[in-house]
Design a protein around this ligand. Structure first.
Ligand code: BMA
Length: 334
């Protein structure tokens, strides 16, 4: 929800929000489903593949307490626009310690599909990396210490090592007014199991359209000018309500930056304006109004880039743009 205290951000005109939006919604899911959003999308074995977050077992009374169950659903497509949903969810984790996994991100590296995911546990939020070859069996390779999540993997190794972007949530070390000012970090790994050489990539204070936390968006795509990398950025509208409160007021926007090809923990350029702003009805109204959460980005041979995003924590949507426009926008040339 917008208020007069929110600066009037707008999506740049070279971005086209797809007329078929939302591409995925609960009534397309052949098993219990209330919210279907924050999907990871990639191309794998000639098809578009989507693994989406499916919230179920929630009622209007409990929905705002985030107390429902979540499984991950699978959908495939020949064109990236029309999706067929598999008859059953593909993955769910629930144990005495694990509450749920959610917000998958897909990256194909050397023929295998890696899935980054967030995990709520009774002892904190963890970020996980798993690998699959059939979207039926998932091998968990690593789980972070709490609190961390929003992980995304680069689609190729950097100097022989995997690189992931991530968003730790350091609360204890932040002052009261800053306690949601979380930043975007990067870590390297030889095998996706052991992570290190962790470096700060982007501090939230550097993002002009965020006054709160930021985090990685979709797995980056490679261009000749650098790695194009989306982020999510949060603008808080004067309210002290916790984010799970029914009357919370935060705007989640998509942003864009260009990272160095040799060392992607270095930013070449950060777009000073947001890339995706919630404006359409399906973005401003839903379980959480005014949320755009990018999770998938595909560069087509034509130069078109498909950017998939969770919308209002309720449905999954698509925006498209030309790769050259995206690069120019990241460089603040348009
Ligand atoms: C983040 C995560 C996402 C969600 C977003 C907006 O903190 O919980 O899953 O889409 O908030 O509610």
């Amino acid at each position: 929800m917008r208020s007069s205290s929110v600066p009037q951000f707008e999506t740049p005109s070279f971005i086209k929000k797809h007329p078929a939006n939302p591409l995925l919604k609960a009534d397309m899911i052949p098993y219990p489903s209330v919210l279907t959003f924050n999907a990871g999308i990639t191309k794998y074995n000639g098809k578009y593949v989507m693994v989406f977050r499916n919230d179920y077992n929630i009622s209007p009374e409990t929905i705002y307490q985030r107390s429902g169950d979540i499984n991950l659903g699978l959908a495939t497509s020949d064109d990236g626009i029309n999706w067929s949903v598999a008859p059953k969810p593909c993955w769910e984790m629930h144990t005495d310690e694990i509450i749920r996994i959610y917000d998958p991100r897909l990256t194909v590296i050397e023929g295998k599909c890696y899935v980054c995911f967030a995990m709520d546990t009774f002892h904190g939020l963890r970020g996980g990396v798993a690998v699959t070859e059939d979207f039926d069996k998932f091998e968990v390779l690593s789980l972070s210490a709490p609190d961390n999540r929003n992980m995304v993997l680069f689609p190729e190794k950097i100097n022989g090592r995997f690189l992931r972007l991530e968003r730790p949530l350091p609360v204890y070390s932040r002052g009261v007014n800053q306690k949601e000012s979380f930043d975007l970090w990067g870590s390297f790994s030889p095998d996706c199991r052991y992570w290190g050489d962790t470096a700060l990539v982007l501090g939230a204070e550097k993002v002009p359209y965020a006054n709160s936390k930021i985090g990685p968006g979709a797995p980056p795509i490679k261009t000749k000018d650098g790695w194009l990398c989306t982020i999510h950025a949060v603008y808080k509208v004067d309210s002290d309500l916790p984010c799970w409160h029914r009357d919370w007021r935060k705007v989640y926007m998509g942003g864009l930056m260009l990272l160095d090809l040799e060392d992607p923990t270095k930013i070449l350029s950060l777009a000073q304006k947001p890339l995706l702003v919630p404006e359409e009805q399906y973005e401003t109204h839903g379980f959480r109004g005014s949320v755009i959460f990018p999770g998938g980005m595909i560069l087509e041979d034509t130069g078109e880039v498909k950017i998939y995003y969770g919308s209002a924590d309720t449905v999954e949507c698509l925006a498209t743009a030309d790769v050259d426009d995206l690069v120019r926008f990241a460089k603040n040339e348009i």
